[in-house]
Design a protein around this ligand. Structure first.
Ligand SMILES: Cc1cc2nc3c(=O)[nH]c(=O)nc-3n(C[C@H](O)[C@H](O)[C@H](O)COP(=O)(O)OP(=O)(O)OC[C@H]3O[C@@H](n4cnc5c(N)ncnc54)[C@H](O)[C@@H]3O)c2cc1C
Length: 516
């Protein structure tokens, strides 16, 4: 994945089979599938890959116990199947995680115990292990810091966990390996037509400022919460199809759980679920479901959402987290596909995906989950090949290993998410391979060089937010190491001191929004 080479390919290619707008879970999934089917594929992302919602999820690869409560059985079955496929194809990025539902009354354990048996059954052969009802002593041994006052027992069940931004980068690398041309920092600013049928897009290179027309047989809109903007470029009179819903996460120290298992709170004060999940040496708490009007690149957590998470998580913990315990706060926007006008509350809107085709042939992906990204891509291309008049070809991604695929990856090792590539990263400079720039989390000089040379990272934020996850783990500590990381980057890229200083200045502004 080399940006300069890919820009050259962009100049040399007269017409693409498939142009994908958006480099999140949906767009990257389509790029993998399209390239694997042998189509000439181009993906354009206006920021960095996964800068949008796809780096801001709760990081669960799950069927969604909550959707079962809502009666969305088909979504749960589909997501459980995809959970198993994702686990099999990306074992270095997806791992099994035990979730504990503590109970403080007589009915919670039998009620959720039964529901989770159905959840287990629905996952069939791709199940990750059976759920079990446990007594008080067993729950305490699994979650030593669980609130013990009134604790009766609980239920344990199995789901999956992943690193969302790393999965996105690995999908980009998979697509690239399959022959796709991917470019970050390319904004689609126009949809071009002849005789009312789409012939391509107009782009603006966010780095050079250059604009250009690109031709393609079919254009796929995979822009998440920004989908209505692209639909409006095609047909300005169209009604909004996306209802953005904001979700906030707070990251706290691992000692709040003190163990490898997660807590699932089945019923919060607003009737949703809340998770406390161990992740990369920290604990992620979340999330909320707040309807918002505007789709922003950097959505901001509301005070009420922060209070809600701290209060609801605190009920289940011996040590109650407070604002000063929060190491990082990150916020994402769900691109929900509204089905009944605007009447439903966002928590009631199904998380399943829809694919629409406009009169001029724009294929738009609406809604969906990270877990189902592969199925979304399959469904999208099955429709898009007819729209673009492409030769009909079958989807093969169910059995396609994701870049770095490695069964031996150990999550206890800091470079686990690179899979087979970890050895190559260590080899860049073996003497510096084990040295971290931070004492709080692991980030090595080799990783920074790798991100630039192999993963198309262009700036400090790309490296610290998505190639590594430092910003999402501990914002203050990330600010401390940022000047050193910028120095290594400018040395690798051959840039001047002014570049380094500007990067740190810009990044410091961003960090403020990840801190309370
Ligand atoms: C709080 C929260 C928690 C979640 N937790 C989970 C979970 O645990 N498990 C799970 O399975 N799912 C989860 N989800 C859902 C999942 O994260 C999303 O469904 C998924 O990431 C959406 O991906 P996407 O590609 O559609 O959108 P995005 O990731 O937003 O990608 C769209 C991309 O399009 C780009 N773009 C926009 N306009 C243009 C343009 N004009 N030109 C070029 N590019 C453009 C954007 O920059 C963006 O990168 C969660 C969602 C939220 C909000």
């Amino acid at each position: 994945m080399n940006r300069t080479n890919n820009l050259k390919r962009l100049d040399e290619t007269i017409q693409w089979d498939v142009i994908i707008i958006g480099g999140g879970a949906s767009g990257l999934g389509v790029a993998v599938d399209a390239a694997n089917r042998g189509y000439k594929t181009l993906l354009l992302e206006k920021n960095d890959f996964a800068k949008g919602t796809s780096s801001r999820s709760t990081k669960l690869v799950h069927g969604g116990v909550r959707y079962l409560q809502n009666g969305d059985v088909s979504l749960v079955i589909e997501a459980l199947k995809e959970r198993g496929i994702m686990r099999k194809n990306a074992p270095h990025l997806v791992r099994d995680m035990s979730f504990v539902i503590p109970s403080y009354d007589w009915w919670t354990s039998p009620f959720y115990g039964l529901g989770l048996k159905i959840y287990d059954m629905m996952s069939g052969k791709l199940g990750l292990g059976p759920s079990t009802i446990l007594d008080r002593k067993e729950i305490i041994s699994l979650i030593p810091n669980v609130n013990k006052k009134g604790l009766k027992g609980g239920v344990i069940y199995q789901d999956g966990q992943f690193d969302d931004a790393r999965m996105a980068i690995s999908l980009a690398l998979t697509a690239s390996q399959e022959g796709a041309c991917l470019l970050n920092y390319i904004n689609v600013i126009g949809i071009n037509k002849e005789n009312n049928l789409i012939t391509g897009v107009t782009i603006k290179n966010q780095v050079s400022g250059l604009e250009k027309e690109i031709k393609g047989k079919v254009v796929i809109n995979a822009t998440g919460v920004f989908s209505d903007e692209i639909i409006a470029l095609d047909y300005p009179e169209s009604k909004p199809k996306i209802r953005p819903s904001q979700g906030v996460h707070l990251v706290i120290d691992k000692t709040f759980l003190d163990g490898p298992h997660a807590i699932m709170v089945p019923h919060t004060s607003d009737g949703r679920v809340l998770f406390a999940v161990p992740w990369n040496g920290y604990v992620v708490l979340g999330t909320t479901d707040t309807p918002v009007e505007l789709a922003l690149d950097e959505p901001i957590a509301m005070e009420s959402e922060i209070d809600f998470i701290l209060e609801n998580a605190g009920v289940y913990m011996t040590k109650k987290p407070t604002r000063k315990d929060v190491k990082s706060v990150f916020t994402g926007l769900r691109p929900l596909a509204a089905s009944k006008g605007n009447s439903e509350k966002t928590k009631e809107i199904s998380r399943s995906h829809k694919i629409t085709i406009s009169n001029s042939g724009l294929v738009s992906i609406l809604g969906g989950k990270w877990t189902t990204y592969r199925k979304i891509a399959e469904d999208t291309l099955n429709k898009a090949q007819a729209v673009g008049g492409l030769p009909e070809r079958k989807c093969n991604t169910e059995h396609l290993p994701i870049f770095g695929h490695d069964h031996k990856s150990k999550w206890t090792e800091p470079l686990y998410f690179y899979g087979t590539e970890a050895l190559k990263i260590k080899a860049i400079n073996p003497e510096k391979a084990e040295t971290s720039l931070s004492k709080k989390f692991f980030i090595s000089e080799n990783q920074i060089i790798w991100a630039i040379q192999q993963e198309m990272a262009l700036n400090l934020e790309d490296v610290l937010a998505r190639r590594t996850r430092c910003l999402f783990l501990d914002a203050k500590e990330t600010g401390i190491i940022a000047p050193k990381v910028a120095e290594i980057m400018s040395k690798t890229l051959g840039f001047k001191k002014t570049w380094e200083e500007n990067q740190v200045k810009q990044f410091n502004e961003l960090i403020k929004t990840y801190q309370l």
